[in-house]
Design a binder for this molecule. Structure first.
Ligand code: AR6
Length: 177
């Protein structure tokens, strides 16, 4: 697969991830997996109470790891819950942990035969990760994974606000030239 073909499997869109008709949406969760604010709150509200019931059976999730559930009332069939790092000063393995969120989520998606996956900007809200750096890790890790795997066929970055979407688009252009 050429670099251009890999790049074409990636898309940045501004919007609300809870409305995405994809095989799996990724949730920026916390280690309890029992819900919270931001995109996590929005996903739980849209999926309905059966989502937290299933999450209760999972026993939480360590930072950098990912777990999968059904999507319930969401248009997405699955939710992949991953826990991004809280950004402190960049010297607490934040970049390796953020990379591992993307990689572990993509591995779960592949194992569950997902063709389409949507990611929010993990750690870029309440967890305070600097946006440019987070976008570089997100885009770089996804491109690297797609280069070695046929599934997922398509990855969407679904960014809530225009500024975040602009930053992601610039990073995609920079990394794929
Ligand atoms: N669709 C897409 N993106 C969204 C949506 C949405 N509906 N809502 C918010 N965002 P955050 P984190 C964006 O704080 O930084 C929760 O309480 C938002 O603008 O949701 O990983 C969890 O339970 C931002 O760009 O996640 C954890 O405790 C991005 O999603 C903690 O927050 C991520 O912001 C996780 O913090």
């Amino acid at each position: 697969m050429t670099a251009q073909e890999i790049r074409n499997r990636l898309e940045c869109v501004q919007g609300d991830i809870t409305t995405c008709s994809v095989d799996a949406v990724v949730n920026a969760a916390n280690t309890s997996l029992l819900g919270g604010g931001g995109v996590d709150g929005a996903i739980h509200r849209a999926a309905g109470p059966r989502l937290v019931e299933e999450c209760r059976t999972l026993g939480g999730c360590p930072t950098g790891d990912a777990k999968i559930t059904q999507g319930y009332n969401l248009p997405a069939r699955f939710v992949i819950h991953t826990v991004g790092p809280v950004y402190r000063n960049g010297r607490h393995h934040e970049s390796a942990l953020l990379e591992s969120c993307y990689r572990n989520s993509l591995e779960l998606a592949e194992q569950h035969h997902c063709r389409t996956v949507a990611f929010p900007a993990i750690s870029c809200g309440a967890y305070g990760y600097p946006l440019e750096e987070a976008a570089e890790i997100a885009v770089g890790t996804v491109l690297d994974f797609l280069g070695g795997h046929d599934r997922p066929e398509k990855v969407l970055f679904v960014l809530f606000d225009r500024r975040t979407c602009d930053v992601y688009e610039r990073v995609v252009t920079r990394l794929t030239g």
